[in-house]
Design a protein around this ligand. Structure first.
Ligand SMILES: C[S@@+](CC[C@H](N)C(=O)[O-])C[C@H]1O[C@@H](n2cnc3c(N)ncnc32)[C@H](O)[C@@H]1O
Length: 290
């Protein structure tokens, strides 16, 4: 029997039916109150059914954005993550000052070895209850040696976080970015579609194309833990190309088809690159102190 939901005609009809409610926050599908009610009242088997229906309906609503190609990567099978990278960068410096933008449950923040650390999050975790915009505009001339950007996962916000962070990065500094490698269209979709998946990388990937084209930055993406971007600052006031008009409206398909233009490395190569940069820097420091 053919799946009626897979038929093009049905998808078109269902999509247009839901088109009108797509932007309405009170849509039952998105209602946390209804979800909580079903969760409380329904036995687990019914709740699972409810979630399945929710996911099917969500797929119909966003049918226009669906792209069927994806990267078959299981991040949990690669035994290195963002924390390993940040600690490698911190360990390579004497008394590093660390800033984390977006901390949530402090899974990363608490695991970072730096003694001098600040975590900024408007909702929870870290040390400062602020947005990154507010914190970075109010932190005076404080500088950091490692800044981890993992707040709001939209291109515009992450771009702004990078530009603002560059004002507060030390001359030996590094910026680390999370969520640079979405695996499929819904992980990359803006806005987030929680009915389909909790894994959300947003369109942070877009800044990767800008950073890769900057003549003043040394940039790599490590293929671990949803894509960990590592940016070595090599020049004061670096130039970052603005590709907003080129990238506006681009979705996961663009990332999938152009990923070969990005400096993506596996963990071993990424680690070798970081270690060679750290060695190079310590030689410079030694030479200047002699
Ligand atoms: C993915 S979580 C961070 C996870 C954490 N860095 C880790 O590795 O365990 C994203 C967090 O960013 C926070 N956030 C959202 N918008 C933000 C903003 N404008 N500035 C700072 N943090 C923000 C959210 O409240 C959320 O807690």
């Amino acid at each position: 029997m053919t799946d009626p939901l897979a038929a093009g005609e049905r998808i078109r009809v269902v999509t247009s039916t839901f088109e009108r409610v797509r932007y309405r926050e009170e849509l039952v599908l998105r209602s946390p109150r209804l979800r909580a009610l079903v969760e409380d009242l329904a036995p687990p088997v019914l709740f699972r059914g409810y979630l399945r229906i929710q996911s099917r309906v969500a797929q119909q609503i966003w049918a226009r954005d669906i792209y069927d190609k994806h990267f078959d990567i299981d991040w949990y099978k690669i035994n290195f993550n963002r924390i390993a990278v940040i600690n490698l960068l911190c360990a390579g410096q004497q008394s590093p000052a660390y800033l984390e933008i977006g901390c949530r449950d402090n899974d990363c923040f608490d695991a970072i070895i730096a003694k001098d650390k600040i975590g900024v999050d408007p909702e929870r975790g870290g040390t400062h209850r602020l947005t990154s915009d507010k914190f970075l505009s109010e932190c005076g001339d404080k500088t950091f040696d490692v800044i981890f950007i993992d707040g709001l996962h939209t291109y515009e916000q992450v771009r702004r976080d990078i530009v603002n962070s560059l004002e507060h990065i030390s001359t030996r500094g590094w910026i680390v970015l999370h969520d640079m490698f979405p695996r499929n269209w819904f992980e990359a979709h803006v806005p987030h579609i929680p009915e389909i998946s909790n894994d959300w990388s947003g369109d942070v990937w877009k800044v990767g194309f800008e950073l890769a084209r900057s003549p003043d930055l040394d940039f790599r993406i490590l293929k671990i833990d949803r894509g960990v971007g590592v940016l070595r600052v090599t020049k004061k006031n670096p130039d970052i190309p603005d590709l907003l008009s080129e990238l506006r409206g681009k979705q996961f398909r663009y990332f999938y088809e152009n990923v070969r233009h990005l400096p993506v490395l596996d963990y071993e190569c990424g680690r070798a690159w970081i270690e060679s940069c750290l060695r190079e820097r310590s030689k410079v420091v030694e030479a200047t102190s002699n």
